[in-house]
Design a protein. Structure first.
Length: 146
């Protein structure tokens, strides 16, 4: 019993040390089966320059606004024509990294004609991806003027 308590304590120190070595606290855990997905548009869709994006989240997690720290929750981030550079830092906020910290699950998007990639990433209360990350497959849309 004492050996298992010592082993558990050493494991906790190792996790804390790893988080500190990575420059901060441990990332927020996500439950097994967590997933985000595009309700609309589907991969390969042809869309007008102004269109609605609808974001989905499997029911093992819920939506909570940025700043609200609650287990098994997060809020959507939409990556447009980019990749996420770091899983250990807050998701940037710019024209390619759109934040929905109010808990929104849909948005109007305006893009120039041509092919574009979209990807969803769930961020925790501090906009940091969960561990493991809850992110959709990257999809492609083709924007055309009608």
């Amino acid at each position: 019993m004492r050996k298992s308590m010592i082993a558990a304590g050493m494991a906790a120190l190792l996790v804390a040390g790893t988080a500190a070595a990575e420059g901060g606290k441990a990332r927020t855990a996500s439950p097994p089966g967590a997933a985000v997905y595009f309700v609309y548009p589907p991969d390969g869709a042809t869309v007008p320059p102004d269109f609605t994006v609808r974001m989905g989240l499997k029911s093992v997690m819920g939506i909570a606004p940025a700043g609200v720290e609650q287990a098994n929750t997060g809020h959507h981030h939409l990556l447009v024509d980019t990749d996420l550079k770091s899983m250990d830092e807050p998701i940037p906020a710019d024209r390619n990294h759109l934040h929905f910290g109010g808990g929104q699950t849909e948005t109007k998007l305006s893009l120039e004609p041509g092919p574009h990639t979209l990807q969803l990433v769930l961020g925790d209360h501090d906009h940091v991806p969960h561990q493991p990350p809850v992110m959709s497959a990257k999809i492609t849309v083709n924007v055309v003027r009608r």
